[in-house]
Design a protein around this ligand. Structure first.
Ligand SMILES: [Zn+2]
Length: 454
């Protein structure tokens, strides 16, 4: 029997879908708690009996209301509700004689058992559909030299939500820069007022609560004004403590003077980056990684074109199973990026052909960086809406976001993934409002975008 601090039993339902969390119902708090921080759950009774105690103590330290969780004795099979696809409701929830049960508790326990049985038997995937199971993503944006940025945020949000594993919020600086033409079409219906400015301006009120999320997707770009120092510090702490970040395209142009940020992205470009920012990192024709310390500007690209991606680390969770090479849709091929490049792993490169005014080198396109306990997925892809329609972009973005949040990848490679010589794109369409389901809020034109007086 496992009880919480108030002496009430806690029912535990290991995930029915093979994902690595369990759902706990605390009768005293009358709420579900998801143990998403728990490591791999083995559903065998032996595991619960012998190993779960330490795991739960570790978890409940993170959950203040249940911090005083007590184990009267080790878990046994009869104490735990098992809801596996193959073993729905095997085992039973036996209440110890040590507890005098109120009718209210018995009713609550009965309702819970019925709920769980129905949830698993009637719809085994129900656990996947509850918000608490999902990876919490925050997309940040507002200032970017790329006019498509409001649309790209909407695309990223839709890709994540359609996948089903993520919930997504967007936080935008109140002063926006560029993207004016798309700001109304892809406005946020969040009740806040925005001012579209001709020049990026620092937003002293931009203070997202990063700690509410598993991963932050950065869709800021070149010329973005600095975040408030307190926001920078909060973000650095978030990553240091184990949060995730995904850097999209020009997000690696941002903030050349923010040291920690440049360590997180590994490599960046423009913004007066030079050899002082760090080495120019590329692959030579022999497949060797070169860290070129010689003087030079950081950041460049040739003309936009389709280019072939080459996987350099086929064992990383993000790239595992991808074809060795695949053709990416029309995009800018970033080159000559420079940065600290510490704890950085290049997953894929592309050859910047001189025919396209490129460097003639194999340039890093997809990278991961470890920073503190945090994980960063850095994709230089995504110049325009059409670049982000590429199935290769979508797939690596989704897998990279999942990895940055959890360290694992469960998202499969779709059948329409591009091949070495044929790119594949999915035309982006805003969802049409279904009869009983209004369109997502961010897709609705709103009236909270204010043009500055000329
Ligand atoms: Zn670009």
């Amino acid at each position: 029997m496992i009880v919480d601090a108030a002496g009430f039993p806690i029912a535990i339902c290991p995930s029915s879908c093979g994902r690595f969390f369990a759902v706990v119902f605390s009768f005293s708090r009358k709420r579900f708690v998801q143990t998403e921080d728990l490591p791999v759950f083995n559903r065998s009774p032996r595991f619960w009996r012998n190993e779960s105690r330490a795991q739960f103590v570790k978890y409940f330290r993170l959950e203040p209301g249940l911090a005083k969780l007590k184990f009267l004795r080790s878990c046994a099979r009869d104490d735990v509700l098992f809801f596996g696809r193959q073993q729905a409701c095997s085992g039973s929830f036996r209440v110890s004689d040590r507890f005098k049960l109120s009718p209210r508790f018995v009713l609550a326990a009965s309702c819970f058992l019925v709920f769980c049985c129905l949830a698993v038997v009637v719809n085994p995937t129900v656990a996947d559909d509850t918000a608490m199971d999902k990876i919490k993503v925050l997309i940040v944006d507002g200032q970017n030299n790329h006019g498509d940025w409001p649309k790209i945020t909407a695309m990223l949000k839709q890709y994540l939500e359609e996948n089903g594993k993520f919930t997504v919020d967007v936080e935008r600086t109140q002063f926006t820069n560029k993207g004016d033409a798309l700001l109304k079409e892809f406005a946020l219906d969040d009740g806040k007022r925005y001012q579209a400015l001709k020049k990026a301006k620092a937003d002293p009120d931009f203070k997202p609560d990063f700690s509410k999320y598993d991963v932050v997707v950065n869709n800021f770009g070149y010329g973005a004004a600095d975040w408030p120092a307190s926001t920078q510090a909060a973000f650095t702490k978030f990553i240091n403590d184990g949060g995730g970040m995904v850097s999209i395209h020009a997000a690696d142009n941002c903030w050349p003077n923010w040291r920690e940020y440049n360590e997180m992205i590994g490599l960046g470009g423009w913004g007066r980056r030079t050899e002082k920012s760090g080495p120019y990192v590329y692959y030579n024709d022999d497949g060797e990684l070169v860290r070129d310390e010689s003087p030079g500007k950081g950041g460049n690209h040739g003309s936009q074109h389709e280019f072939q991606m080459v996987v350099r680390d086929a064992e990383h969770p993000i790239t595992k199973g991808l074809p060795k090479s695949f053709l990416h849709a029309k995009d800018e091929l970033y080159e000559k990026l420079r940065g600290p490049a510490v704890n950085m792993n290049v997953l894929a490169t592309a050859f910047a052909s001189p025919k396209q005014r490129g460097s003639g080198r194999h340039e890093p396109i997809l990278m991961t960086v470890d920073y503190g306990k945090g994980r960063i997925f850095h994709s230089t892809l995504g110049h325009a809406g059409y670049s982000c329609e590429c199935v290769g972009f979508i797939t690596t973005f989704l897998r990279g976001t999942e990895w940055a949040a959890t360290g694992k990848v469960t998202i499969e490679i779709p059948e329409d993934f591009p091949t070495a010589d044929k790119s594949a794109s999915r035309e982006f369409k805003q969802p049409v409002a279904a009869e009983a389901k209004p369109a997502p809020k961010t897709m609705k034109p709103a009236d909270n975008v204010v043009e500055m007086a000329k």
